[in-house]
Design a protein. Sequence first.
Length: 640
Amino acid sequence: MTKLCHVYPVRGYRVGGSTVHKTTGDLGWPLIGRQAETAVFDEWLADPDRHGIVLCGPQGVGKSRLAEEFVQRATKAGFLAGRAVATAAAAAVPLGAIAHLLPDSANFADPADALTAIVDAWRGRRRIVLVDDLHLLDLTSAMLLRRLTDARAVRVVATMRTGGTGPLTVDKLAGHDIVTRLDVHPLGEDGVEELLRGALAQPVATRAVRLLFRASEGNPLYLREITAGALGSGALVFTGELWQLDESRPLGTPLLADLIERRLHAVDPAARPVLDVLALCGPQSPTDLLDLAPAHVTADLAVAGLVRVLRNGQRGLVMLAHPMYGEVIRDRIPQLLRVEILLSQAERLRGRGSKRRQDALNIATWELAATGTSDPELLRKAADLAFHANDNCHVTALLTALPPRHHTTTTRLQLGQAHYLLGRWPAAESVLAEAAAAAGSDTERLVVSTFRVTNLLWGNADTEAARTVNDAVRGHVHPAHPVVRLNEAMALLVSRRPAPALALLDEVGADPELSAYQGAWLRHTTFRASALALLGRATEAVDLARKIHAKYLGTNSDAPDLSSHPSTHLAGLVHALTETGRLTEAVRVGRTAFDDLVAAGLPTPRLWLVVLLGRAEWLAGHPRSARRWFTEAVSLGQYV
């Protein structure tokens, strides 16, 4: 990550070097993405027959912030605002929540006279009362507010946690026919990006937005704490025009952990094994959880909002309600118990025959986490599953743990590809050099050399080293072998010599020998499309690029390929569409591919794509959008 020599003010934070120091104040979080809820409130406020609105949602979703905004809007409309103090402590005292709002003339020795006195005192002035955490309101306060809303003497804005329950009168107040229920949901990814931009005062890298959204799941409280923690630890760094997140550092803060721990503290001890397994091993089927606790235990966790049950085809899946719950739960599990849980779950899958496709990957992953190793054959099988799912982080973890004597050319190629796509180009070259030394046939040598040439050219930008690798393989095969010539054409193209590159590709043509090398054929046609676009034959390039993508989607080969994700092949189409002047289509295709590559966590192909997107936006006359893409490219280049 590039070191910064300037100091940049960020809403209470000072950025200097690669660290972030807290100064005064806090992140100023704007109200973002709540236009629909605000419109409902404005409509409610204009309706004289509606006297209560209850905002319902999980902890941290932004109910209180939104309720405060509602009361401010009511105040601007001429209402006199008050606030009830609904807390667990105040709930033990009758009228403890609203006594400070009541007139001195109210004599509660006679409830009827007291109610009349309050109505008389409040008559003639529109009043609104905010009740945060309605489920904590004491019974007497709830009864009085119910009477006052019935008498049209006050309007109530309240918040209530989903699943929270209070005294019967509180529940009746929340369910009154003149009370509107408004469910407040987490923010979507676009809302998270807008909120981060407003709080940090500068754009945030797309991958960073995706990671923060995934960690917080759109919960504004969690997002705020995670972002503050990332700033404080130096994981979230401003690179000049863009905020970038170091994925290797943990997210979260002690305050966030404490908030979650308080929720978990009330859990029935019988449910702890269920939560521990979900935190360590991921989603489980309801049937599997019956080995840990009765069905009602998991059902109670779902009602409490700690887990959720999803449908996955014909199967149900139980998972933690929020990723941060897993972080907190894992931190509190002692190491020996963690090992016991992971190994027992792996043994359980083995005991039932490991029939599901994902079982091998799960067993190897759990054993690896527990002991640092696993059965070599199982590691290879699990890595193969992860490889074909484009799960490169899992591939590297599994195959790095594989003892050297159990590696094959295929496993080294898979590990090399994972490193390449994750932007770890020197590590990829190291593994691929080992694969070249161990290759036992000309076919293996050709495939390995193509991988190495691709990594050296498009990762390390080292054309000399790439040519050396390609020349070395000539001694084992015919010097004019189509794969050798393809690698040579690739080097010419990267060296900005598209004309001789295309001439060489034309010589290779649709050589039948290429059919034995799916990856080589794909690269042959991909680079041919790029060369055509660079030489002004853009219409041909568009047609060829579309054929490449369709061909890839229709191919079911187990052969490794350095461009295995389908969207990596769309960069050539974006380039070709741009050259034909179809800029809107180029941006649309490029943006879709970019989103796919962000979701897949592939920085290397994404780096080239954002440059092409910036160019397309610039040519379309959108300098601001172009600058955003170019900034993303520079930041991504520094990051990988």
